[in-house]
Ligand binder design. Structure first.
Ligand code: SF4
Ligand code: SF4
Length: 286
């Protein structure tokens, strides 16, 4: 069973909440699929059981010996990534158009390493995670790899909590598709509401059980009400209203999950929300 925690954009408290839920769930496998900004593992100590190189992109390479500098490659490249057979690796998207037009047949596509992939064993279970190469972008393929690695280490009926990427791009789609439920973490701002609508639309498109949590709901109760109204109107399940709480910052600074701060208002609200999430996941028979 997989629960993906996503957000319409970064900075909503998604990882804080994913981490708290993972701690409440106890025996879980975690997949840090926020591949451009992975930080779930910072909260744990552990050792890497698996380390793999991951190639998620292709890049053009030119055998210069027989290149005539005709620049047919430069004329066809939509990304201004090649000129007279000289490739700019930071611009090349690996589309292969130059390969097709080169009269000398001296261009080929090479697999490009984009990340190192790890399975880390911690005292609180397995984390599947990645570290991107500088200049590389997270991709759906990489997220799928991380989910596959998590599944390999999950026993039957073990919950996998996915800390997904923000936004609605390929990485998020790869986090959401095939999961048993998605929790969208939003915040009460106008942009937060618009981001939530896009994320909820994406989940609806893929037919995934969609749950919503408003983080720091009390910093703008007017917009929180609009978010609630949107959820009711669109049959999206609002499961949590987390209040603003200074202790969350303290918890992050100490690299401790918020659920271990007993007097924290956020902790109490997250615990209530977890109870509701369990009911939803169970009622969907998954
Ligand atoms: S199209 Fe081929 S031969 Fe012409 S410049 Fe590019 S790499 Fe060289
Ligand atoms: S593979 Fe595509 S993006 Fe890369 S240099 Fe060739 S045409 Fe340009």
């Amino acid at each position: 069973m997989e629960l993906a925690v996503i957000s319409g954009k970064g900075g909503t408290g998604k990882t804080t909440i994913a981490l708290a839920l993972a701690e409440l769930a106890g025996n879980v496998v975690k997949a840090d699929c926020d591949v451009d900004a992975p930080n779930l593992h910072l909260f744990y100590r552990g050792k890497d059981l698996v380390t793999q190189s991951f190639s998620g992109e292709k890049i053009a390479v030119v055998n210069k010996e027989n290149c005539t500098a005709c620049n047919k490659c430069g004329d066809v490249c939509q990304f201004y990534a090649i000129q007279n057979g000289e490739v700019n690796p930071f611009k090349c998207e690996g589309c292969g158009a130059c390969v097709l037009v080169c009269p000398q047949k001296v261009i080929s596509l090479r697999d490009e390493k984009t990340a190192d992939v790890y399975v880390t064993e911690t005292d609180k279970g397995i984390i599947s995670r990645a570290r991107m190469e500088i200049g590389s972008e997270g991709s759906g393929k990489l997220v799928t790899k991380l989910r596959d690695n998590a599944k390999k280490f999950a026993q039957e009926n073990t919950l996998i909590i996915i800390d997904g990427s923000p936004g609605i791009g390929c990485s998020v789609i790869a986090s959401v598709t095939g999961s048993d439920g998605v929790l969208i973490v939003t915040e009460p701002t106008q942009s937060g509401l618009e981001d939530l609508k896009r994320a909820a639309e994406l989940c609806r498109h893929f037919g995934v059980l969609t749950l919503v949590c408003i983080n720091k709901y009390d910093i703008n109760e007017e917009i929180s009400e609009k978010i609630e109204g949107y959820c009711i109107k669109n049959n999206v399940n609002l499961v949590g209203r987390i209040p603003y709480d200074d202790m969350v910052v303290k918890a992050i600074n100490n690299l401790q999950p918020i659920i271990y701060f007993e007097n924290s208002k956020a902790n109490q609200a997250i615990r209530q929300m977890w109870h509701k999430i369990c009911l939803y996941l169970n009622s969907f028979g998954k």
